[in-house]
Ligand binder design. Sequence first.
Ligand SMILES: Nc1ncnc2c1ncn2[C@@H]1O[C@H](COP(=O)(O)OP(=O)(O)OP(=O)(O)O)[C@@H](O)[C@H]1O
Ligand SMILES: [Mg+2]
Length: 294
Amino acid sequence: MAGHAQPAEDHDGPVSTIDRVVALQAQKRTLPPRERLERIFQVEGLDALYGGKPAVKDVTMDVYKNLVTAIIGPSGCGKSTFIRCLNRMNDLIPAFSQTGTIRYHGQDITARDVDPVAVRRNIGMVFQRPNPFPKSIYDNVAWGLRVLGLKDRLDERVERALTQAALWDEVKDRLKASALSLSGGQQQRLCIARAIAVEPDVVLMDEPASALDPIATSAIEQLMHDLKSEYTFVIVTHNMQQAARVADMTAFFSISRGDEGARWGELVEYESTEKIFTDPSDKRTEDYVTGRFG
Ligand SMILES: Nc1ncnc2c1ncn2[C@@H]1O[C@H](COP(=O)(O)OP(=O)(O)OP(=O)(O)O)[C@@H](O)[C@H]1O
Ligand SMILES: [Mg+2]
């Protein structure tokens, strides 16, 4: 896997540095103009706080349907906090509060009368650390389907999800074995299979590949690529090459500092991935994607 590229000697200035970084992997994509893209989330003026202290402030961005959107930025800038807002996962943290609106297909999902379980049914999540249930491999994948009462063609649905998550061949002969007997990378692919088995609308992934080897990482990237006509993916990643490879749109978050050591994350720039990696508008984005910061 390529690291941060050094400035190209045969060019001048910072632009050539960026060229080198993305030349390795970035795929050319032609995105329709933004007004022609369908908005699945409309986030407006979102502040997310823990114990009254803001972790992210004033995030306004739209997430588009059937695209892969990457969230990048230095540790602590609020990437995980932000994507957990998208499926009400922060509700589970007692000290958490938020203001602003998040519309999902036009409906404000932050409203008190919205059932967070229903939200999470449509907006699945894969965490950085694999969290399989202490059940069999099969039962992990079948779990959500059973909860939803989808009992017909269960074997077929489980096989499909495991195949899509690039795990089927490794587990097809041991479906009754405990999920905890799998390696870390296999457990992560199992969690991805569990998330997609119920065919959600959106899949949020928080650094899903940090425990995976390059083969499994590439399989997961392929999965996102293949399935984005059916799903919408939002992925947090520290891996610039991964963002450049998989994402259509990229949002760069950074840390701002206030008085008395206050720190919070903010959205600096949100553009097509190609623009973020080849021609960012903000110096902070450029420094980050070229490896001069973070
Ligand atoms: N459960 C929590 N309780 C209190 N503060 C939290 C909690 N989770 C996150 N924070 C704080 O919110 C800020 C943003 O954290 P967050 O985990 O969202 O960052 P991140 O960008 O995902 O970082 P990393 O790249 O290290 O995963 C940090 O200052 C962190 O300490
Ligand atoms: Mg995080």
